[in-house]
Design a binder for this molecule. Sequence first.
Ligand code: ATP
Length: 292
Amino acid sequence: MRISVKAPAKINLTLDVLAKRPDGYHEVEMVMTTVDLADRVDMTLREDGEITLDCSASFVPDDIRNHAYKAATLMKEKFQVRQGVHLYIDKQIPVAAGLAGGSSDAAATLRGLNQLWNLGLTKDELAKIGAEIGSDVPFCVYGGTALATGRGEQIAHLGAPAPCWVILAKPPIGVSTPDVYGNLRVAQIDNHPDTKQMLQAIATQDFSLMCQSLGNVLENVTLSLHPQVRQIKDLMIASGADGVLMSGSGPTVFALVQKEAKVHRIYNALRGFVKDVFVVRMLGAQDGEILA
Ligand code: ATP
């Protein structure tokens, strides 16, 4: 028996850091939404109880360091599952890009194994298990648009934002999330986003208010480490993007655009500059799709 599950990327419409906690994590406030750039995770039942993994991107780890492998191991141990699984990840989301590719693969694995191994768990139960793998995994279990608080694992669902195009551009560098957080001086942050205003923009599907409310306190840290990120932002703005922001800890930058003609202009401007450019839509509605 085999099933395939879609694992969509996310972008941050806001990312605020409120404090550094005694447990080492940062207290965050993030508005996140899934977009239709997705990995596919195929899961094939193994009667011998083994967990194995292959990924189309050979540099992605294929053992317990892989978030999807970790998800399968956790599910097997927690629920004493006799069967195993072979995971195959068809990687479309750039790695170490600020798009939560690994977290989304883990979330897709949790959702898929819930079905493959007949566990009958709710989304809330899967999200709780996901929090043991990584702070972005609970959001990825639900997908859609949400406000994430705590260390990112507490999820409040939101409605779909105003429909628009999203142009993603990733410079050819990988960014380590712990490094970026390590370079952040929380007491010195002077560009906190207006999260309340973003929530209002989403609730009223106000596209220009959404663009005005974009903000990410990690952006300056990554910009100082990688000047190419600034160049991409400037290029998007000069090409007429309505809103521009770095996602997560970067280095992917996204532009929000409502008019299709602008999409072509920005895409063409970027293609001369970076290889990884994707034109996508926000998924808006909740629910990661089980394909077959
Ligand atoms: P986030 O936005 O959640 O910080 P990211 O998009 O910046 O995530 P990922 O693509 O998830 O970053 O990769 C971060 C690291 O995790 C990589 O260095 C990679 O080796 C490791 N990793 C583990 N599992 C996966 C996976 N399934 N896909 C991609 N990377 C993975």
